[in-house]
Design a protein. Structure first.
Length: 284
């Protein structure tokens, strides 16, 4: 099945920032083996495959270089920007593996913006044994965690383990045991670790290891941003409705900005921009 492959960077207005994503658009989706091959060739942390070419409702599947991912936020933002460019402003409903995700697209001062509304988030406390295993893989000490933001398993399409550092210097240093963490996260079906430092009630800094996708670190993770927003709301750590800004990718040299709107109930809105990284190409 032939389609057009676009390469964008999401959550940035600068091609040198943000998180690169592939967006494949065609009349119908390729078979899983073909999607996996294309994603591996693209080499970005995720490529979104979207069909059909027109309409307010589309089917989307997400592939990392190694495995299919049920949901990906940054590739959804990149997809929204492409749909806006090609089909105009409005709301597009994406039928993902985890449910419907509306994406509202608008143009402001010549820039396309996309805002996704996640599926309803879920949380459950992270058991101490899991936290200790992850800390060992990271080389972190439990005393370095922020006790006011307890470790939490958080979901907004895929599961993440949220760990909060007490000091920004802890977040600055990320050098982990890749094979050990990859195996542990595969066993526990975790998409990323959401490692955060809270600068203020409305400003967070994040780093997201993604070894299950064959990627050391994501420079912007929209799914984890939505999961964090759901965790903070449902744990009573902020009063909704609320807004957060998450800065990610700074230590990687790919700064990203994720804007999070947290309503009193339901899904979490994550919004941002995306810019081209390369001309569109045919891919099959």
């Amino acid at each position: 099945m032939t389609g057009t492959l676009y390469r964008l960077s999401a959550f940035t207005t600068d091609p040198h920032g943000g998180n690169p994503a592939g967006v494949w658009l065609g009349e119908s989706l390729p078979d899983p083996a073909t999607m996996q091959r294309i994603a591996a060739e693209v080499g970005y942390s995720e490529t979104a495959f979207v069909a059909p070419l027109t309409g307010a409702r589309r089917t989307v599947r997400y592939y990392s270089p190694q495995v299919e991912i049920d949901f990906c936020g940054h590739a959804t933002i990149a997809t929204g920007v492409m749909l806006g460019r090609l089909g105009g402003a409005g709301t597009y409903t994406l039928e993902t593996a985890v449910g419907e995700v509306p994406v509202t697209v608008s143009q402001e001062d010549g820039e396309w913006h996309a805002a996704l509304m996640s599926v309803t988030p879920e949380q459950r406390p992270a058991e101490p044994a899991l936290v200790n295993e992850v800390l060992d893989c990271l080389g972190w000490d439990a005393a370095e965690l922020d006790v006011t933001l307890p470790p939490m398993l958080a979901y907004a399409g895929v599961w993440h383990l949220v760990l909060a550092a007490a000091e920004p210097s802890r977040l600055d240093r990320l050098d982990y045991d890749f094979p050990a963490l990859q195996a542990l996260m595969q066993e526990r079906r975790l998409a990323t670790l959401q490692l955060v430092w809270r600068e203020s009630p409305t400003l967070y800094h994040a780093r997201d290891p993604f070894p299950v996708g064959g990627v050391v670190e994501d420079p912007a993770t929209g799914a984890a941003a939505a999961a964090l927003g759901g965790y903070l709301r449902d744990a009573g750590l902020l009063a909704a409705p609320a807004r957060l800004t998450i800065l990610q990718g700074e230590a990687m040299g790919r700064p990203s900005r994720l804007d999070v709107a947290i309503p009193a109930t339901g899904g979490i809105e994550v919004s941002g921009t995306a810019v081209d990284l390369a001309p569109a190409t045919a891919a099959a």
